[in-house]
Design a protein around this ligand. Structure first.
Ligand code: NAD
Length: 480
């Protein structure tokens, strides 16, 4: 069985205790690799190399760093099909999605920061009548990046790209559930001339390897994406060390659908925003709020269209809906479906595990599931299920829609559907979410701030926000 080693100081090395964690292919429910179960010794080892590499890397010109990141992007692109295959195998997502969304976006992340960095003010001057102020932004040193399993290389690269381009050296930990593409990235880094020690990829459990990273006294910042409970733990554990923290966490996002929307376009995109990646995108719509006058029509059309989604082997080109990414998560989603019924919800579609014949007979598949009749205040509507389960909730007025949308601890994203642009702006202003899409979903200009409010996030990623996070400003004041 293939063993996935850490990538430290430009080389693949086994974990210090030579212990491993099973890696499953969720579509078939079987182990296909073993990944390093690293501990604090491995983190310390990686840290020492990253610390040594810092001065060389941070003293390169921005162009020299950008050229290397672009070569990494080119390297992934030249192996796009292979990377897409492994991303799909590791996560259970349809191969078409890995090929057209996940891996292209990982490439785009690296290219974006390699280009955008030229517009970032690493040095700026402010002068008044008596003083000249030079503001210099310097890299922090060694930083930690921790990413989840739902969009593995997509989110891993979204963190390491700004960290590296700003001149930091990095310890990065992908999810232990989906480590394969981050593991393979080491080969691309070797081929791209990334100096040894600049990017170190540590695999392992969050509570051991992740904990060693966040607890390391000399790691200056932690950029984390994952669940809110983990983010809270990281915030608590790092509080006394005053590390810089960026936390991208869970969501329970509303789609607010008004009767004056472009109905056909809305229907098509709300299906995607609800069930992409089997509902395992932090930005997925899971509470579908519908103006009462079109509730029955929407319900009928939504059920009919969702029931046509092709659930199947992620390897098949026509599959639109693949496997749930792990058995534990599959069980959790099925438990939430039971809870939804106990809370009085009516299942309009789905609600069951799916048995697929052949290769995928033991895979973790769940039908796209639609509930109605659940109060917004119930647990099914308040907890992040992070799976293919949505609830339909009717609303009367604009104020009513905004109130239901906001009546939740999360505030990551929202979609608003109306052709009245004045109303759209008004509703967008009223909804507590860091990312709001009007008549669209998942459209991303990577320069814009990305992240959530309330229990969904602390800080923002993207463009200047990320480059500010990964640098420390110093003001040098002289008298005129
Ligand atoms: P998770 O919190 O379990 O794990 C995320 C990462 O943190 C993994 O690499 C894990 O090993 C690590 N980790 C776990 N415990 C740790 C600890 N004590 N110390 C340090 N690291 C630790 O999340 P997950 O289940 O992998 O991902 C799903 C969650 O991620 C969902 O809640 C989803 O909404 C969220 N998410 C948010 C965004 C966003 O941009 N806001 C994007 C994608 C996913």
């Amino acid at each position: 069985m293939e063993q996935l080693y850490n990538f430290i100081n430009g080389e693949y090395i086994p974990p210090s205790l030579n212990q491993y964690i099973d890696v499953f292919e969720p579509a078939i429910g079987k182990v296909y690799a073993q990944v390093a179960d690293s501990n604090s010794d491995d983190v310390e080892n990686a840290f020492r190399f990253a610390e040594n590499a810092f001065s060389g890397w941070s003293e390169l010109t921005v162009k020299e760093r950008a050229d290397i990141l672009n070569r990494i992007a080119d390297g992934i692109e030249s192996r796009l099909d292979e990377f897409a295959y492994y991303e799909s195998k590791d996560t259970g997502k349809p191969i078409t999605q890995a090929r057209t969304v996940d891996i292209p976006r990982a490439i785009a992340n690296l290219r974006f920061f390699s280009e955008y960095v030229y517009s970032f003010d690493f040095e700026s001057n402010l002068t008044d009548d008596i003083s000249k102020n030079k503001v210099v932004r310097s890299p922090l040193g060694v930083v930690g990046c921790i990413s989840p399993w739902n969009l593995p290389l997509y989110l891993f690269s979204w963190k390491i790209a700004p960290a590296l381009i700003a001149g930091n050296t990095v310890l990065a930990k992908p999810s232990e559930l989906t480590p394969y593409t981050a593991y393979k990235l080491g080969e691309i880094c070797q081929d791209s001339g990334l100096p040894s020690g600049v990017l170190n990829i540590i695999h392992g459990q969050g509570s051991i390897a992740g904990d060693a990273m966040i607890s390391h006294p000399k790691i200056k910042a932690v950029s984390f994406t994952g669940g809110t409970a983990t983010g809270k733990l990281i915030a608590e554990k790092t509080a006394s060390s005053f590390k810089k923290l960026s936390l991208e966490m869970g969501g329970k996002n509303p789609a607010i659908i008004f009767s004056d929307c472009n109905y056909d376009k809305m229907l098509e995109i709300v299906i995607r925003s609800s069930f992409s990646n089997q509902g395992q995108v932090c930005l997925c719509s899971s509470r579908i709020l519908i103006e009462k006058s079109i509730y029955d029509k929407f319900k009928k059309d939504f059920i009919s269209r969702v029931s046509g989604l092709i659930v199947g082997d992620p390897n098949d080109e026509e599959t639109q809906f693949g496997a749930i990414s792990s058995q534990a998560h599959y069980n959790k989603i099925l438990d939430y479906i039971i809870l939804g019924k106990q809370e009085g919800g009516e299942i309009l579609l789905g609600g069951n595990a799916v048995k697929i014949n052949g290769r995928c007979k033991d895979g973790y598949f769940i039908e796209p599931t639609i509930f109605q009749g659940l109060k917004n205040s119930c647990q099914t509507n308040q907890d992040e299920i992070f799976g293919p389960v949505v609830t339909l909730i009717p609303f009367d007025t604009e104020e009513d829609g905004i109130r239901i949308a906001n009546n939740i601890k999360y505030g990551l994203s929202a979609t608003i559907w109306t052709e009245d642009m004045v109303k759209a702006q008004r509703v967008a202003k009223g909804v507590d979410a860091g990312v709001i899409w009007v008549n669209c979903w998942l459209v991303r200009d990577l320069r814009t701030p990305f992240g959530g409010m309330k229990k969904s996030g602390l800080g923002r990623e993207g463009g200047d926000e990320a480059l500010r996070f990964f640098t420390e400003p110093k003001n040098i004041c002289t008298l005129i």
